[in-house]
Design a protein around this ligand. Structure first.
Ligand code: SME
Length: 149
């Protein structure tokens, strides 16, 4: 799906759905419409840990609580910068969830400059994520921040 169309759809979901189902609906929308997004999760920061919220994928992850600073997820939370890993096997920080994962993107969700959560996407395809994914997901993060406590 085209990223501009997807952003409009995400905005529509955010403005017309019941607030308590917005994050879940958006995660499912991404899973259905971007085939290279194999697993999508939203983590929310609580007391120096990332706690897994809504997610969609073929399997559950054991990493439902990740300390800030640990893994690709914890690194992005610490730095406040998007992480793109083209080949997860070549990154020492990587916390493995699924044997099928080849690449990963983690996009911080910020409120007034502070990281309050993040979007984590795994792909079964190597080098799956580019600048367009990054820009798209960073814009999405700005939309969904209002639905995180
Ligand atoms: N791979 C992540 C952990 C979360 S799972 O991908 C769902 C990491 O290295 O932080």
């Amino acid at each position: 799906m085209d990223y501009e169309i997807a952003l409009k759809k995400i905005y529509d979901i955010a403005t017309t759905s019941k607030p308590d189902i917005v994050l879940k609906t958006i995660v499912e929308f991404l899973y259905e419409n971007f085939k290279k997004y194999s697993w999508i999760g939203i983590y929310i920061i609580k007391e120096n840990n990332l706690i897994l919220g809504p997610w969609k994928g073929s399997q559950a992850t054991e990493h439902t609580k990740i300390p800030i600073g640990k893994g690709i997820c914890g690194s992005a939370a610490e730095s406040g910068k998007t992480e793109i890993v083209d080949d997860v096997t070549s990154d020492d920080r990587y916390l493995a969830c699924f044997i099928s994962t080849k690449s990963e993107i983690v996009v911080p969700i910020k409120r007034k400059g502070n990281v309050i959560g993040e979007i984590d996407i795994d792909s079964d395809i190597p080098n799956a994520f580019n600048k367009d994914d990054q820009l798209f997901l960073e814009k999405m993060a700005d939309i969904i921040v209002d639905f995180i406590q």
